[in-house]
Design a binder for this molecule. Structure first.
Ligand code: SAM
Length: 288
């Protein structure tokens, strides 16, 4: 599909911004995409077709939105910045399959947005990447997938496997809900203004059933958060130092040994399945 003739490009992006006397707001993470190849990668990576309803977070001046309107059945675009609404009225005037909502995505009832399955596609404002993604997963909205531009370092953390420096609570939370795959690395010169970090497009395909079923997922995430709070310490010492959890060194060593793991293991070596097992065993201890 060739969007380039019809859609916003670097030249008319600058012209539009000048005409509307729009000034970029750092506090809203405004870095607008100006690269048609990246747009095509996002659309094809998200696998958008006419049967799809797409939620876009932060349409900006509508560059990605136009491409989504071309490819999808329906588009819901949520933009916080009131100053962008008149620009969007103009750039999206040719499309009758888009609804623009001038709201903060973090304050919207996401589950009420659509009854149809939703694909989320966005060039995210980086300052709220994690709350947006976790908010989407936890909202109960009928999500199928999330295909988003994020800071490269954050994409690496989402996709990381146990043992490496990027692996942490974010990897485990994202992988509990979805299968992540980085589909493109995007340099700063693909945006106006240029961000001072590298970017990547990541595809998160939501699991139909979670890969693990701990008795109390909230407790598992509580354990995970503590396990990564002091990465250099052993798992036993980190969990023991959390007074609220209230486990003794002996209790923790016994549980970890019973799982066939070393007493000196660090949290960063445990898989999601092992955290689920650990969480269930610790929950049992709490019941005694
Ligand atoms: N989609 C456009 C593009 O690719 O050129 C703009 C992407 S820009 C990185 C992020 C967009 O998210 C901006 O338009 C910004 O105003 C908007 N935004 C920031 N915080 C938001 C929030 N809490 N809710 C909705 N939109 C937000």
């Amino acid at each position: 599909m060739n969007f380039q003739d019809k859609l916003i490009n670097p030249q008319n992006t600058i012209a539009l911004i000048k005409e509307y006397e729009f000034s970029f707001k750092k506090r809203f993470g405004q870095n607008f995409l100006i690269d048609a190849h990246v747009l095509e990668k996002i659309i094809s990576g998200a696998g958008i077709g006419k049967e799809d309803t797409v939620l876009e977070i932060g349409p900006g001046i509508g560059t990605l939105t136009q491409a989504l309107c071309e490819a999808a059945g329906n588009v819901i675009a949520v933009e916080i910045d009131h100053d962008l609404i008149p620009i969007l009225d103009r750039t999206l005037a040719a499309y009758d399959n888009v609804r623009v909502i001038n709201e903060d995505i973090l304050k919207l009832d996401l589950a009420a947005l659509s009854k149809k399955p939703l694909k989320v596609v966005a060039n995210l404002p980086y300052y709220i990447t994690t709350p947006i993604i976790m908010g989407l997963f936890e909202s109960g909205a009928p999500l199928k997938s999330i295909t988003v531009m994020v800071q490269k370092e954050v994409a690496d953390r989402m996709q990381a496997a146990p043992g490496g420096k990027d692996y942490g609570a974010l990897s485990l939370a994202v992988q509990y809900y979805s299968s992540p795959e980085i589909i493109a690395n995007v340099p700063p010169n693909c945006f106006i203004p240029r961000p001072n970090v590298g970017s990547a497009v990541i595809n998160l395909i939501k699991h139909e059933v979670p890969p693990v079923t701990p008795e109390d997922p909230d407790f598992m995430f509580r354990i995970i958060k503590t396990a990564f709070s002091q990465r250099r310490k052993t798992l036993v010492n980190t969990l023991r130092s959390d007074r609220e959890l209230g486990f003794s060194k002996e209790q923790l060593e016994t549980v970890i040994k019973d799982m066939g793991l070393s007493e000196t293991i660090r949290g960063e070596r445990l898989s999601l399945a092992e955290f689920a097992g650990l969480s269930d065993r610790l929950l049992e201890l709490k019941k005694v």
